[in-house]
Design a protein around this ligand. Structure first.
Ligand code: HEM
Length: 495
């Protein structure tokens, strides 16, 4: 398997650009194809060869965006079905929980038929940022694009607006492609095959990812040959899919609700908040951490991330429904419980009775995402959030971004089967307490506004009447091309 040419990969795949504390995301539609291509040609997109010092720019396209650039339908047909259909497609929106207040018809951008064509992501140090954005756009920008909106971000010192430390847990990508797949994973591991995050490489199934392959012609000459089909040109290789969602957070509602549930005790409100997230505000997990890194993690992995739920089989420390336990149950290819080899074999062969944990059997390593989002809005501490909102308060939230090679098996699975699923880990009738839309779930008479916290003695302590804390304001699926593919897009097509 060939080594990754980092100079062909957009930097965002390898780096979160944490030191570039300023960022904004311009969502654009192509106004003039020739001008757009000229701008793409002349813009120096940041690659992954080394972490940029002062500024960075990365670009991704929606399927309508590729069409707008004149890319032919036969080429677009090689991209995944979910990318082509888009996030706001009606049946997909239902699966993602984008109903009620979250429905695409209420979005500020990205509703069906009004998708942006591209997102241009700017990053920089505070001193350089303003000038960098202005000068990169230049005159051709206004000729080329109509700006649908520009999403700003803020720097809350690695905390998201509810006040919890974020960005602690990320999968470790196997850039060297040493991981032997397919394999059977008996223990949770944080290392994940490259093909889960970059197209054209082996994924956790040991298969080279699906992606668009082209018959060679002069336009595609510069593209790399496909790893598994040397006579084809690989338009996907070194690219990946980017999921973006603007998620508005009602910080006042969050802390006011918890404060009320805690009978006016702010410390207890913080404890309840920690149960909802699955970590303390400091980022410390609710389960004990281990001295040694989680298998597969490098020795530098942060102490706050060295844990599994192995020692919390009843959910008494970290509730089964807590946001981070839903989003990554940290299990292996088997239910996360102390079971002997014989039992593992029985499960592997498909025999044996169904147990409490069996709806967790879906192994986590096929459902990891690389989170690259940034928060927006000003800081509001829990004590401050108890006061009523002043007039014209500016919104707060998360411009959620994640990267994955298979939107359906990674982002959508997480969102649908774990975060929005009313039947999860033995729970019924409740969804993610942080993100849930609180809509009525088919088969249940009440809205999904509960959150169960398990206790040591087998008892459960339910929170009920949870309001909706997070509302979707926009979203889209993008393709983040390799630098070679970017040049192909800029050069080919009708204009
Ligand atoms: C406003 C919305 C959201 C907020 C406030 C939020 C907050 C958090 C926080 C505080 C953490 C813990 C920090 C860490 O482990 O890095 C976390 C982890 C995580 N979140 Fe979210 N999140 C939001 C939306 C989402 C969405 C939409 C998804 C995916 C569909 C998601 C997936 C994850 C994952 C995978 C983790 C890491 C879990 C782990 O590996 O232990 N989050 N989130």
């Amino acid at each position: 398997m060939s080594r990754v040419e980092f100079a062909d990969v957009q930097g965002l795949v390898r780096f979160g650009y944490g030191h570039l504390t300023e960022a904004s995301y311009a969502l654009v539609r192509v106004k003039n194809v020739a001008a757009a291509k000229a701008w793409l040609h002349s813009t120096r997109v940041t690659d992954a060869a080394k972490s940029p010092t002062n500024t960075a720019i990365n670009i991704a396209f929606t399927a309508p965006g590729l069409r707008a650039l004149g890319i032919s339908e036969s080429v677009i047909a090689g991209f995944s079905q979910e990318f082509r259909a888009g996030m706001a497609q009606e049946s997909r929106a239902r699966q993602l929980g984008d109903v009620g207040n979250n429905a695409p018809s209420n979005w500020a951008w990205g509703s069906y038929g009004c998708e942006p064509h591209a997102v241009v992501m700017f990053f920089g140090k505070p001193e350089q940022f303003g000038f960098f954005v202005q000068s990169t756009k230049g005159t051709p920008w206004s000729d080329a694009f109509e700006e649908v909106t520009s999403l700003g971000t803020s720097n809350l010192d690695e905390h998201e607006p509810f006040g919890f430390k974020d960005g602690i847990s990320q999968p470790q990508i196997d850039w060297e492609q040493r991981r032997q797949t397919p394999c059977t994973q008996l223990e949770y591991t944080n290392i994940v095959a490259l093909g889960e995050f970059l197209l054209g490489y082996r994924n956790e199934y040991g298969k080279i990812t699906d992606r668009p392959l082209l018959e060679p012609d002069s336009a595609s000459a510069e593209l790399l040959a496909a790893n598994d089909a040397p006579t084809k040109k690989d338009l996907g290789r070194n690219g990946t899919y980017l999921v973006m969602r603007e998620l508005e957070q009602d910080v006042r509602k969050f802390w006011q609700f918890l404060h009320q549930q805690a009978a006016g005790n702010i410390e207890e409100a913080r404890q309840l908040g920690a149960k909802i997230v699955g970590r303390m505000q400091s980022g410390d997990p609710l389960v004990p951490t281990e001295e040694r890194p989680t298998p597969g993690s490098d020795a530098t992995s942060t102490q706050q991330n060295r844990f599994t739920y192995h020692n919390d089989p009843t959910g008494a420390r970290c509730p089964f429904g807590a946001h981070i336990r839903r989003a990554n149950p940290r299990n292996s290819d088997f239910p996360e419980q102390r079971i002997g080899l014989l039992r593992k074999l029985v499960i592997m062969l498909g025999f044996g009775p169904k147990g409490f944990y069996d709806d967790l059997t879906s192994s986590v390593r096929f459902h990891r995402i690389l989170r690259r989002g940034r928060e927006y809005g000003s800081e509001l501490r829990p004590e401050q959030a108890l006061a009523p909102a002043p007039p014209n308060e500016q919104p707060r939230g998360l411009n959620f971004i994640c990267l994955n090679a298979n939107i359906s098996r990674q982002f959508e699975f997480l969102q649908n089967a774990w975060i929005s699923n009313a039947k999860f880990a033995g729970l019924a009738g409740e969804t993610d307490p942080l993100l849930g839309n609180r809509e009525r779930i088919a088969g249940y008479c009440r809205p999904s506004a509960n959150f169960t916290m398990q206790k040591e003695n087998g008892l459960r302590y339910p929170l009920s009447g949870l309001p909706q804390f997070v509302t979707v304001r926009g979203g889209a699926y993008f393709f983040l091309p390799s630098l070679r593919a970017l040049r192909y897009f800029a050069g080919t097509g009708n204009a």
